[in-house]
Design a protein around this ligand. Structure first.
Ligand SMILES: [Ca+2]
Ligand SMILES: [Ca+2]
Ligand SMILES: [Ca+2]
Length: 220
């Protein structure tokens, strides 16, 4: 690469100065290290993508679903199951999301085998139409937080939990009207969204940070 270089690593683009292949090599290493640091932080991102079905149906997945060491489950006996809409269903959010198919049914999120975890965010979307659901989450020590959807069907919004939801052992919430779908549960590391769904803005910053770190080391 005699005319400078461009590295693309999962959305990170670093440009080295003209005709400096060694610098390019170092920049690539910096980018890889930065990405590795972000991804190795034990982030958990429950995105339900393993359940995706390309149809216009509404599929049942039983009373519990496990992904990445965590379980989402119905609490107590409920008539219907946890469901997902197919990608061609009118209420599909654009990404496979789950919902409790029981009015007023309660759902819990726990770690398989028990133990504490940090709950950072969840995506919520309308279920039946443009009805602005409010979803209230309660953790194991009684902390409560309510998230109000914008009522614009069926676009998902990301809602962030506060510090009271760090070090919890469970969280539960009910499928009260207006109903909702949930997706992208971000656990243990705020950076988990980066590991699973690259966000161009965030990754660009990561690249800039890596470049700055490289420059600091080489100025000395
Ligand atoms: Ca999803
Ligand atoms: Ca919405
Ligand atoms: Ca708490």
């Amino acid at each position: 690469m005699g005319h400078g270089c461009v590295f693309v690593r999962s959305g990170v683009i670093l440009r080295g100065p003209q005709g400096d292949p060694m610098l390019c090599h170092k920049l690539a290493a910096v980018a890889a290290t930065a990405l590795f640091s972000a991804m190795s932080a034990q982030a958990t991102f429950i995105d339900f993508q393993s359940l995706e079905h390309v149809d216009s149906g509404n599929v049942s997945h039983g009373t519990s679903y496990s992904e990445d060491g965590f379980t989402v489950a119905l609490v107590g006996a409920q008539l219907f199951d946890l469901n997902t809409f197919g990608t061609l269903e009118a209420r599909y959010t654009g990404s496979t999301a789950m919902f409790n198919n029981n009015a007023d049914g309660v759902i819990s999120l726990t770690k398989i085998g028990g133990g504490t975890f940090n709950l950072f965010s969840i995506d919520l979307a309308e279920l039946d139409g443009s009805f602005p659901a409010t979803v209230t989450f309660t953790d194991n020590d009684g902390d409560v937080i309510a998230f109000a959807l914008d009522g614009v069907a069926f676009g998902a919004q990301t809602f962030s939990f506060d510090s009271r939801f760090l070090g919890i052992t469970s969280v539960s919430w009910a499928q009260t009207a207006a109903f909702h779908q949930f997706d992208n549960i971000c656990i243990d590391e705020r950076s988990c969204a980066i590991a699973s769904v690259p966000e161009p803005g965030t990754l660009a910053l990561l690249g800039i940070a890596g470049l700055a770190a490289w420059r600091r080391r080489n100025v000395q």
